[in-house]
Design a protein around this ligand. Structure first.
Ligand code: ADP
Ligand code: MG
Length: 358
């Protein structure tokens, strides 16, 4: 996955002090709903999956918390090893190299992510499509040359794109490409999958709460750190420089319990070619960068869902994107239209996550 350190929209995670209201609600001797005496392990920022990641694990015992945190990172690393198309030796790179010639046996994890990817493709009417690799590569090349790809090049790359050209054999756990030159790019879904796996490992390891943040895609569960009652996630204001972030500079603050959030956006991360801005998210039907929205934030139960839906809605735009989200029981969306107005559009149930201005 591409390095996005400073380019992407940043979502900063922080805790809130015990809220008077919650304190009152849970009453009983002044105890919070969460056990007293819990401790947390906080990794702070570590470089994983080409971006910064942070894990907080909460447990009743310090050693358990630290072990859960490390178990979470081990999952992130494992997914990156398998699903990065930047690593020549990854399982995905091998599939991309051989998938047209032979049916390639893949791990259960990679197979599952590909199956889920096809689900999101169907749901989004082809807006989400992990077979966009050939077009993504074309634009990466264009960035290096500083020249826009020609119509012919885009048309040729489009021939190699289409989830219906991906042949998945569930019994044999093999994957095959129907067209030569096809390439899978899991940049729009692997982070979400990795976060869910990390959360699972933490729960298995005995954590009673935790938070996994990979480049601003976040999932949290259970008890937040000591003395806190909720997990709060700040959404960056597109008009504020990342270096200038701090209290009062967030666009919105969301409160999450057992939920995940992911953001896709182009106002921090794009390619300039010939003075024109290109999103790193591709509209498969046109072969062009998606530019209908400046940023898409999805809140859902799982991180894979939030991640894939955020990419999907970026391609679909506000109208069709909201239609998709309104049809999903678990998911809510907060969209920001392109600047300079940066209008905010929310799905019907998004309000319940809002903590207000910070
Ligand atoms: P970010 O990478 O900033 O977290 P996303 O989750 O939206 O943002 O993922 C964007 C990445 O997904 C791109 O860098 C590319 O690897 C891949 N991608 C681009 N277009 C599509 C698409 N239409 N469907 C699925 N994945 C895509
Ligand atoms: Mg995504």
């Amino acid at each position: 996955m591409e390095s996005k350190k400073v380019h992407r929209i940043s979502i900063a995670v922080f805790f809130v002090l015990v809220l008077a209201l919650l304190y009152f609600r849970v009453g009983e001797g002044g105890s919070s709903i969460w056990p007293k005496g819990r401790v947390s392990g906080d990794s702070n920022q570590r470089l994983v999956m080409g971006t910064f990641a942070r894990i907080v694990a909460v447990a009743m015992d310090r050693e358990v918390a630290i072990a859960c945190m490390e178990a979470g990172f081990a999952e992130l690393e494992a997914v990156d090893e398998s699903m990065s198309d930047y690593k020549a030796g990854s399982e995905l790179s091998r599939l991309n190299a051989e998938g047209f010639r032979v049916a390639v046996s893949v791990s259960d994890a990679l197979f599952e992510v590909l199956e889920r990817s096809v689900e999101y493709s169907k749901k989004s009417g082809g807006g989400f499509d992990v077979t966009v690799g050939a077009i993504v590569d074309l634009f990466r090349g264009a960035k290096e040359k500083g020249e826009r790809p020609t119509e012919e090049e885009i048309a040729a790359a489009k021939e190699k794109v289409g989830y219906e050209k991906l042949v998945l054999d569930r019994e044999k756990k093999t994957v095959r490409f129907a067209v030569d030159g096809m390439r899978i790019d899991l940049g729009g879904i692997a982070k979400g999958y990795a976060i869910d796996e990390a959360i699972l490992a933490m729960k298995k390891g005995g954590a009673i709460g935790g938070m996994v943040d990979v480049g601003g895609d976040i999932r949290c569960f259970g008890a937040p750190g000591k003395g806190k009652d909720v997990w709060l996630v700040g959404l960056q204001d597109p008009s504020v420089e990342k270096d200038d972030m701090g209290p009062g500079k967030y666009l919105l603050v969301l409160k999450l319990a057992d939920a995940a959030i992911a953001t896709s956006g182009d106002y921090r991360r794009f390619v300039m070619v010939d003075g024109e801005k290109y999103s790193h998210i591709i509209t498969p039907s046109s072969g062009e960068g998606a530019k209908k929205l400046s940023s898409v934030t999805i809140i859902s139960k799982t991180a894979i869902d939030a991640d894939a839906l955020a990419t999907s809605v970026s391609v679909l735009g506000a109208e069709k994107g909201l239609e998709l989200i309104e049809g999903e029981r678990q998911a809510e969306a907060i969209l920001i239209t392109p600047g300079p107005e940066y209008e905010i559009i929310k799905s019907s149930g998004a309000e319940k996550y809002l903590h207000g201005k910070y």
